[in-house]
Design a protein around this ligand. Structure first.
Ligand code: FES
Length: 571
């Protein structure tokens, strides 16, 4: 008697089972259909997702591991998102990718899945999909690229693009020198090597329990990644045998551990929306306030760009994720499980720091308090976030007049205008950049400083935005303001010259306008219709159903799970 999910396609002697088997034969022997687990390798390799272009090679190692353990590996190319390539922003497509992957995992004759991701949105969309279909699943993070150098100095991808770009605008670097650095920026295969979103989500996938122990952060070019991929393939077969599913692994304890790790690592603010969205798929209760409550007192231990100096290759050499987790082990919930069936805590017992410059001890951190602060106030009734470790300490408490931009185009048109009424004390406000407003909530919140202030030596200002910020960016940036301007948030009613107060210690973001006046002001038309409402296709569905950043920016009808039920027969 052949059992298992895939056996519901292949088992038996009737015409439909014949069809399912026959079209799959193509070299597969008859015993491929004797009930052994069929493992999909959900593969986001794509030439247009350059950070993931090497995942076919990783997938071959996974396949070898699946075979070795007695399973059948099946490559399943899935929607892939190249952060630097797709417009208007990869975030617009995260939920589309998650929906498409979920549906294809459910529709196909598979028993388990190995998830291959890397670039920013790929691991989040894969985890969201795996959570909603709840088949046995395990992630292989594709790993960061090696450190590039320019004129003898390391280049952090993303972070140094922002830095060098500002130098050009400030007149301290020539355009020609800037362009010379271009070919040095990306040294090898793999995703961005700063502690940006891809690095953060790869590491947090392991903290959530969804990888084999020790793989996260392995550089893409390191042969140990392929060894771990092989091990992962074998583990996927075991997961099916043990019937161990994402809901058995990713618990509230896992998410709280991820929040602690996010703080100690100095990880990306984008992890907030991604973790909330993944938790929403699992039915795990997680709120924006959990990030502040659980993470804000955690010290920053990792000296990586954008908050610090080093890059992912250095982190791996210095002891990697496990060395960091070992330092904060007393803050981690020991009950949180992993795909191995054992607690996360069991896997970090022997970890040690090999380079205390890169990974600090808990007793001598890089900063005493890291994490993400959640702000509320009359400008952000549902919350906004700021990453204090990436901000200028002197701006964490600040009052200043608003300079308001209604769209990214408005910003580009006016930010360098010599007549712009702005000083270093101004608060730059960019709105119309939330999930609905852009649409897709792009990474524009770290808006550039006015060039006339850059020329005066100003390097940071308070910025407020309903969009996101690249995980590789830095600055005193208040982002994810909810509700966004286009969803009726008070940000749409701010006027140029209004006084805005940021007080991170008090967790406040307010505009100094009486409540009665703020309520009766008309929203700025340009801010609430930054772009004409899409009339068809995905963008229409997205704008009509996307939730706000404070709950993960998922579509309302995608929250939760539909499980792995086998669909009705196709013939
Ligand atoms: Fe792919 Fe940065 S662009 S990870």
């Amino acid at each position: 008697m052949v059992t298992g999910r895939s056996a519901q396609w292949y088992g038996g002697a009737d015409r439909n089972a014949y069809i399912h088997r026959a079209w799959m034969r193509r070299g597969l022997p008859p015993h491929a259909f004797d009930g052994r687990p069929h493992i999909a390798i959900a593969n986001t390799a794509s030439d247009l997702t350059p950070c993931n272009a090497h995942l076919d090679e990783v997938g071959r190692s996974v396949a070898n591991g699946v075979y070795e353990a007695g399973g059948i590996p099946l490559n399943l190319p899935v929607v892939s998102l190249g952060e630097t390539q797709v417009r208007p922003t990869a975030m617009l497509w995260r939920n589309l990718a998650a929906m498409a992957i979920e549906e294809m995992l459910r529709a196909n004759p598979i028993d388990g899945v190995v998830l291959l991701g890397g670039c920013d949105k790929t691991i989040p969309s894969l985890l969201m999909a795996a959570a909603s279909v709840n088949l046995p699943a395990v992630v292989v993070p594709g790993g960061p690229m090696l450190t590039g150098t320019f004129r003898g100095a390391p280049l952090g991808c993303g972070t140094d693009v922002w830095r060098l770009g500002e130098e050009v605008r400030a007149g301290t670097l020539s355009q020609a020198e800037f362009l010379q650095s271009e070919s040095s920026m990306i040294r090898s295969k793999g995703h961005c090597n700063t502690m940006g979103t891809a690095s953060t989500m790869g590491l947090l996938a392991e903290v959530l329990g969804m990888t084999v122990p020790g793989v996260a952060g392995t550089p893409a070019s390191d042969s140990r990644l392929l060894e771990a991929a092989h091990t992962t393939g074998a583990l996927a077969v075991e997961l099916v045998a043990a019937d161990r599913r994402p809901t058995d692994v990713m618990s509230r304890a896992s998410f709280l551990n991820a929040i602690v790790a996010l703080a100690a690592l100095g990880g990306s603010t984008n992890a907030v929306v991604h973790l909330l969205a993944i938790a929403g798929r699992l039915g795990v209760h997680l709120t924006l306030d959990d990030f502040d409550r659980t993470g804000s007192g955690v010290p920053l231990l990792v000296d990586l760009q954008p908050a610090g100096r080093f890059l992912m290759d250095d982190l791996y050499r210095a002891g990697g994720l496990h060395a960091v987790l070992h330092e904060i082990r007393h803050l981690l919930d020991p009950a949180a499980l992993t795909v191995t069936g054992r607690p996360l805590a069991d896997h970090i017992g022997e970890a040690r720091i090999h380079d205390p410059e890169v990974i600090r001890t808990f007793g001598k951190p890089l900063r005493e308090e890291a994490g993400i602060a959640v702000l509320r106030g009359n400008l952000a009734p549902d919350g906004a976030v700021i990453k204090p470790a990436a901000a200028s300490p002197h701006l964490l408490r600040h009052r200043g007049p608003a300079v308001v931009f209604d769209s990214i185009e408005d910003l580009h048109a006016r930010i360098d205008d010599p007549d712009l009424d702005v000083t270093a004390d101004s608060v730059l406000v960019l709105r119309g950049c939330g999930p609905k407003g852009y649409p897709g909530m792009p990474e524009v919140a770290n808006l550039p400083l006015p060039s006339k202030l850059l020329a005066e030596g100003v390097r940071d200002m308070v910025r407020v935005c309903d969009g996101r910020m690249s995980g590789t960016a830095y600055g005193t940036v208040v982002l994810h303001v909810a509700p966004e301007a286009a969803a009726g948030g008070p940000l749409a009613r701010v006027r140029a010259g209004d006084t805005i107060t940021l007080d991170v210690a008090a967790r406040r973001l307010d505009v100094d306008v009486p409540a009665s006046e703020l309520a009766t002001r008309e929203p700025a038309p340009a801010a609430v219709r930054a772009f004409a409402r899409p009339d068809r296709g995905w963008q229409r569905l997205y704008v009509e159903t996307v939730q706000q950043a404070d709950t993960g920016a998922d579509l309302d009808f995608l929250i939760g799970s539909s499980g792995d039920r086998v669909p009705r027969e196709s013939h």
